[in-house]
Each structure stands twice: as structure tokens, then as C-alpha cells.
Design a protein around this ligand. Structure first.
Ligand code: PLP
Length: 412
């Protein structure tokens, strides 16, 4: 008899974006003529840059000849890309990594979800709240989170990030954490962490023998030079942190699929006898067993964003989205809304007016302005009373959405 992994049955069935789609569809059925603009889902809209397209064409042509054909590549990724990463993403910030500490993947979602396989089932995990749902759900799948009560998992430590604490989580004194997920710039709040605050986390991890899983998917959106782009800018992080990167938001690779994970060789985890084990070796073993590498064409595409042309072109697209973010902040603030993020990240986090829940605001905006946002409570209990807007639209649709929000707000 094939028995089910019962932990899957504990997952909260309704996935946030499916719920939103259902509500939007219901609206469209009732209002077939309405033109709905989505500032909801976190997908990009602008095309791949010319340097990437050229590299993909070239790689495709290579694959069409016997000499240029590439079959299975190294599970850890091709050296040409791993070298480009070290040289461009880390060395300029004074971070020295070995090439084999870079693991190329097919996007950061896979690795942020898979990494927990290396860890014993009863580690206590901590998350900033609200947060990207993958971190918790992937732990629920192996039974690490306890039971779901009042919108929270009993064995997860939630660290609230709200306007009241400036979206800076404090480290709880009364609850122990073995594994901590941090995501900066943050999805969904669009806020960032200073070096000083990040140092507190690294020091906590070193002192408590905890592991930090640091998601840097939005580092390319950081404009303030004082804000860290990598946790390895903090001394000691090599001993306690894994870092995830993605080309999805950096270069529009949501449909291409490529990213990378840094697993430093100094990082170890304990067994019950107190012996230490290299996380690098464990992850390498895991990848060689379960992963056959990202596609050659995707890796050549990623390499192209590190060329001088590629750098200029991807920056132009990031600037394009950040111009949307600026307009959104300006307009929403001038309408009297309390808004956060949007300065070093492509997300705007809006506090809903007093007494309005995330879902109530979502519905009112959908029906009143035909604009879709994402209810903050879908990212965790502390997201209640907020909604997320993304800056990934075109200038035209973003402007139109803002005009509608303006008219709708003034009618109230
Ligand atoms: C979009 C996103 C990712 C990237 O996912 P990919 O699989 O690389 O497309 C990772 N983490 C967060 C928080 C994200 O929002």
C-alpha cells in the first residue's frame, strides 16, 4: 500500500494567488466589459535584453552542430558562469568566494524550498513575518512546523515586521531558533536591512549555532550604497549563512529559469553526538543525486548579463521598474496613504485605512478601481492590514492604475 506523506495534508490548501484569481474571475464574469489592471502578482513584464537574446541565439546555434552540442553539464553549473558571478557580484564588494561555493540552479525558488532537506526534522525555524510563503510551506512538507492554529504554525517563530517597528524584526529572547529565513530587499514589504541590523543576525547565528538562509533575489534593486547586497558583507557570515540569488527579477528570467546559491565551505551543522558536517558537501551530494544542472542555454543567457552591454541593458530595465515604484510612492502618498518600500525594491507595501482588512481593501479596490493588489495577510499574520503593489507593470498600465486609484480614493 502506498501511503501518503501526511504532512502534505497539513498544507493550507488555498494558495494566495489562486484565491486572488478566483475573486478576479468572479468580478470579470459580473463585469465582462471591465478592463482589470493587475499590480498583484510578482512577475516581470519587460522583454529580455538584447545581450541575453543574442547569447541565447548563439547557444542555440552551437547546440545545432555536433561540435557545439552540450548534453549534461556539471550539476553545479558551468565554470564560465560561476566565474562571472564571483567577479561581478562578489569581488567588487570585497567578498572572496571559491568557485565551487557557487551552485547554479534553475531559479531560487527550487533551492529555497529544497535546502531544508539537509536539516533534521525537529529544528525550530524562524521567519520574519510577512514572508515569501515558500520558506514555511517547504518545511511543512516534511513535518517541521507543527500544527496550524489561528493563522500560525505552532513550531514556527514569527518575527513581526510592521510599520510600528519600522519593518525591523527584533530577535526574540524567549524562543529558540535553529534556522532563520531572511529575505532582503524584502518580498512582500519592499523594505531593506542595514548592515548594523544584519550584523545582529549573524552574531545571533554564530552565538547560537543557528543557520541563516538569506534570500537576496532582489539585491539588484538596491540603490542606497550603504545597504548590504550580500550577507557575506558581514564578517562571520561564511560560518553561518547560505545565500540565494535569482536572475528572475534581476534580468527578467522568470521564464528562462536560472539563479544560484552560495554554500560556503566554512559552514557546518552538528549531529546529536556533536560531530560537525560540511553543509557544502551535503548540498553537493544532494544536487548530484537530484539535479542535472540548469540548461546550457540559460547559463549562457545569464553569463551575458555580466558583459558591459548586458550590465547597461539590465540596469535600464531595473530603472524602468523603479520609475514605476517612484510614481506609485508619490501618488499614493499624495492621496494620504501610508506606504512603505519601493525605494530599494520593486514592491510597495500600503497600510490599509483604519479598520479595513487586507481582503476588504483588495475587494474594494477591485470593484471600485478595477485594480488588483495582493492582500498582505496572504504572506503571514503580520501582513494583515496591508496590501502589496508591484512595480513590474509597464509605465502605461501603472499610470492608468494610479489614475483609477486617485479617482476612486477621491470618491470616498
Ligand atoms: C521571485 C522570488 C524568487 C525567485 O524565484 P525564481 O525561482 O528564481 O524565479 C526568490 N525569492 C523571492 C522572495 C522571490 O520573490
Amino acid at each position: 500500500m502506498a501511503l501518503v506523506n501526511v504532512h502534505f495534508l497539513n498544507l493550507q490548501n488555498n494558495y494566495l494567488f489562486a484565491d486572488i484569481a478566483k475573486k478576479v474571475n468572479a468580478f470579470k464574469v459580473m463585469h465582462p466589459k471591465a478592463d482589470v489592471i493587475s499590480l498583484g502578482i510578482g512577475d516581470v513584464t519587460q522583454p529580455l535584453c538584447p545581450a541575453v537574446i543574442e547569447a541565447m541565439h548563439k547557444a542555440t546555434d552551437e547546440m545545432s552542430t555536433a561540435e557545439g552540442f552540450h548534453g549534461y553539464g556539471p550539476e553545479q553549473g558551468y565554470a564560465f558562469l560561476r566565474e562571472a558571478i564571483l567577479k561581478n557580484d562578489f569581488l567588487p564588494r570585497g567578498i572572496h568566494l571559491d568557485i565551487d561555493e557557487v551552485f547554479i540552479n534553475d531559479g531560487a525558488k527550487s533551492d529555497t524550498g529544497n535546502i531544508q532537506e539537509l536539516l533534521h526534522w525537529d529544528n525550530f525555524i524562524g521567519v520574519t513575518d510577512p514572508i515569501y510563503p515558500v520558506y514555511i510551506d517547504s518545511n511543512v512538507m516534511i513535518g517541521r512546523c507543527g500544527t496550524f492554529e489561528d493563522g500560525r504554525w505552532t513550531n514556527v517563530v514569527y518575527m513581526p515586521c510592521t510599520a510600528e517597528n519600522g519593518f525591523t524584526p527584533s530577535i526574540p529572547k524567549d524562543r529558540h531558533m535553529d534556522v532563520i529565513y531572511l529575505c532582503y530587499p524584502n518580498n512582500p514589504t519592499g523594505t531593506v536591512i542595514t548592515k548594523q541590523e544584519l550584523r545582529k543576525w549573524v552574531n545571533y547565528a554564530l552565538k547560537n549555532d543557528a543557520l541563516i538562509l538569506y534570500d537576496a533575489a532582489y539585491q539588484a534593486y538596491i540603490r542606497d550604497p550603504e545597504i548590504p547586497r550580500s550577507i557575506y558583507e558581514i564578517r562571520g557570515a561564511r560560518k553561518c549563512a547560505i545565500e540565494f540569488h535569482s536572475y528572475s527579477k534581476t534580468a527578467g528570467f522568470t521564464g528562462v529559469r536560472c539563479g544560484y546559491t552560495i554554500v560556503p565551505k566554512d559552514l557546518t551543522v552538528a549531529d546529536f553526538e556533536g560531530n560537525r558536517h560540511s553543509v557544502h558537501q551535503l548540498w553537493n551530494r544532494r544536487q548530484c543525486t537530484k539535479f542535472n544542472g540548469a540548461s546550457y542555454i540559460s547559463q549562457r543567457a545569464a553569463e551575458a548579463i555580466y558583459t558591459p552591454e548586458g550590465k547597461v541593458q539590465i540596469q535600464a530595465t531595473i530603472d524602468y521598474y523603479m520609475e514605476n515604484a517612484r510614481k506609485m510612492l508619490d501618488t499614493l502618498r499624495s492621496l494620504g496613504y501610508e506606504v512603505y518600500g519601493g525605494e530599494n525594491a520593486p514592491y510597495i507595501w500600503l497600510k490599509t485605512p483604519e479598520g479595513t482588512t487586507s481582503w476588504q481593501f483588495f475587494e474594494a479596490l477591485l470593484y471600485g478601481a478595477n485594480v488588483v493588489c495582493t492582500p498582505g495577510v496572504g504572506f503571514g499574520p503580520s501582513g494583515e492590514g496591508y496590501v502589496r503593489f508591484t512595480a513590474f507593470g509597464s509605465h502605461e498600465t501603472t499610470e492608468e492604475a494610479l489614475n483609477r486609484i486617485k479617482n476612486w480614493t477621491k470618491q470616498h
